[in-house]
Write a protein that binds this ligand. Structure first.
Ligand code: C2E
Ligand code: CA
Ligand code: CA
Length: 590
């Protein structure tokens, strides 16, 4: 029989889209098959789908096997002609006398085509007998009706909440169900979840803005075709979110080889559009064992790997539990920090004394945020500060710190202690339109003199200047609030540039100070940093002073203030107040 190759390719594509091949038996089909057998009074009937090389039985009664070769199968003829076919005696038929069925003792065949609503023949609903037989018109009409019922069932299943309308592919719901099905038969088997992410978020946004919503539809349509063509036979493709596809690679697949193969196939897309699309695709894979872990978690792992691949400009990446744990922890800390900001008891300020080098007296301290998480215990600022810094909580954190610092300053002021307190702020804070107002009103509310608060901002924060942040800094400085450049020397700014900022203090980063006692060049560098800064009118603070020799050197160099473990570690406010009181006594005694 002549086959039109293009029509056959389209027919097979439709069959694949329906995702019926190799799915488990289902009662909704078996019911119809049994009825067909009953109508003809015959023991054997089947819903038989015509795949490229086989007839695969979605439902069967009276047959043990799942498929027969497509060649010489009468159902294949029914699928292609989309006509009913009756073979009263196979042995008398010139085409089928030597067929596989005839070889198995089948003499009678009747089949009605399974035709989709858009006209593709998928296969046949057939009945078989071991004796030659004639059919009546009523029997054949019933067989055609039952075939139509099979098709309704197929199309209904295809549509109902399991199939994505844009791509025609099964969705996440179906993926979850398939994983559950697999868990029943194949628990513990190692598989690979592959996630194909079509585009970066910003790429999607600009596409949507320029081309409208059809942009995503077209992209998904092309991608679905490209991906179906790229995956090996027997692999199901799922459309798991608007612009993401997933597939379950067969057991034992080597993740890297499997991803490389998919990537190679995608890159070989034949239209220009497809090649363009393939270039923006990122692929991630998560190995997992069937029955362990929820589908959503497995997908999340694979998606994380796809994001990693994008970030590292690789075509694909495989999930790493260590990286995932780190991500999870970051996510959790950010989430929990929001709670910490609103509930009392988790956050507090520690204070590390700042010492005037010449007199050796404490002039104030730096407020350093401390977080005791209810279950994780103490979390280091080195861990949570960078996470919060790049979130919307940066504003709330600084508000909390300033408000708390103002409370402490008010207490000290009432106790007659002339101490300054400096707090760390983020670059982003200066971009909040009401930041200067907020700081000032907090001080006013607590009746604290502006001069007793200092804001530390890092060199890089000071560089990220906008008109708004410059204006805010100017207002704050004008009000008498101290401004210090923190971690000085770690950024790339020149002193000439920093001079344009309304700062009055420079804090030399610990990395320059630590070890100056053993290294002449390091000492010379700090000496010139101090000389230069003082020459420009800044008060200079050395951070990270850990040894007495370093302290002696700093004194000789002419540094104004020192801060470091040698002098005191950061401590709780009560301890700081006691420390200051003891320090005063010592000075008095001295
Ligand atoms: P930073 O502003 O440079 O603060 C100084 C850090 O160095 C503190 O670490 C302090 O405990 C530590 N340190 C002080 N003296 C020594 C020393 O002699 N040797 C060594 N090795 N370290 C010393 P901490 O408290 O862990 O804070 C780390 C960073 O977290 C701070 O660096 C600051 O950038 C940030 N941070 C802490 N609290 C806040 C806050 O309330 N707001 C903001 N925006 N950032 C904060
Ligand atoms: Ca600081
Ligand atoms: Ca610092």
């Amino acid at each position: 029989m002549q086959i039109d190759m293009a029509a056959e390719a389209a027919r097979l594509d439709v069959l694949r889209q329906l995702n019926l091949l190799d799915t488990p038996p289902s009662e909704s089909f078996d019911r119809i098959t049994r009825m067909a057998a009953q109508v003809f009074g015959l023991p054997v009937a089947a819903v038989s789908l015509t795949d490229h090389d086989r007839q695969w039985f979605k439902s069967r009664v009276g047959i043990d096997h799942w498929s027969i070769p497509r060649e010489t199968a009468p159902c294949a003829e029914v699928a292609l002609t989309r006509q009913t076919l009756v073979l009263p005696d196979l042995l008398e038929d010139e085409c089928y006398a030597t067929s596989v069925l005839a070889g198995q003792g089948v003499r009678f065949y009747a089949g009605a085509p399974l035709i989709t609503s858009d006209g593709h023949g998928l296969g046949a609903l057939c009945v078989l007998g071991t004796e030659p037989r004639e059919v009546t018109e009523a029997e054949m009409a019933a067989l055609s009706d039952l075939a139509a019922m099979v098709m309704s069932q197929i199309e209904l299943q295809h549509a109902f909440g399991r199939i994505d309308a844009a791509s025609g592919l099964p969705n996440r719901v179906q993926l979850r169900e398939d994983l559950d099905d697999l868990a029943r038969d194949d628990a513990g088997a190692e598989r690979l979840m592959v996630l194909i992410d079509l585009a970066r978020a910003e790429q999607l946004n600009s596409g949507l803005r320029v081309l409208g919503p059809s942009y995503v539809d077209t992209m998904v349509e092309h991608a679905a075709r490209l991906i179906r063509g790229a995956v090996p036979a027997g692999t199901r493709v799922y459309h798991v979110s608007a612009t993401q596809f997933a597939l379950l690679a067969p057991a034992g697949a080597d993740p890297h080889a499997c991803l490389a193969a998919i990537h190679r196939h995608l890159a070989a897309g034949n239209s220009r559009h497809e090649r363009h699309l393939a270039a923006s695709i990122s692929i991630g894979a998560a190995p997992f064992a069937i029955g362990e872990g929820a589908a959503a978690d497995i997908l999340r792992g694979a998606y994380g790997a796809a994001l990693d691949a994008r970030a590292r400009k690789l075509p694909f990446a495989v999930y790493s539990a260590a990286e995932d744990d780190a991500h999870q922890r970051r996510y959790r800390l950010l989430h929990d920090f929001e709670t910490a900001l609103t509930r009392p008891g988790q956050l507090r300020l520690a204070v590390q004394p700042r010492i005037d080098v010449a007199s050796g007296r404490c002039v104030g301290g730096e407020a350093l945020l401390r977080w005791r998480h209810p279950t994780l215990g103490d979390v280091s600022p080195a861990e949570f500060i960078p996470i919060v810094e790049h979130s919307a909580l940066a504003a709330t954190l600084t508000r909390w710190v300033i408000e708390t610092a103002a409370t402490h300053l008010a207490t000290w002021q009432r106790a007659g202690l002339a101490l300054k307190l400096s707090v760390n702020i983020f670059a982003a804070n200066l971009d909040e339109p009401d930041f200067a107002d907020l700081v000032q009103s907090s001080l006013k509310r607590h009746h604290v003199a502006a001069g007793s608060l200092e804001l530390e901002l890092t060199e890089s924060a000071a560089i990220a200047d906008t008109d708004r942040s410059m204006a805010q800094l100017a207002i704050l400085a004008e009000a008498g609030i101290g401004i210090a450049i923190d971690d000085f020397g770690t950024g790339y700014s020149s002193l000439a540039y920093l001079q344009s900022l309304p700062a009055d203090t420079v804090k030399i980063d610990q990395s320059f100070v630590r070890g100056i006692e053993d290294n002449q060049r390091a000492a010379a560098l700090v000496a010139s940093m101090v000389a230069l800064s003082r020459g420009l009118g800044y008060r200079v603070v050395a951070e990270g002073v850990e040894t007495a020799q370093a302290m002696t050197l700093l004194k000789a160099i002419g540094c104004d203030e020192a801060q470091g473990y040698l002098l005191a570690r950061p401590m709780d406010v009560d301890a700081f107040e006691a420390w200051v009181a003891a320090d005063d006594q010592e000075s008095v005694a001295a």
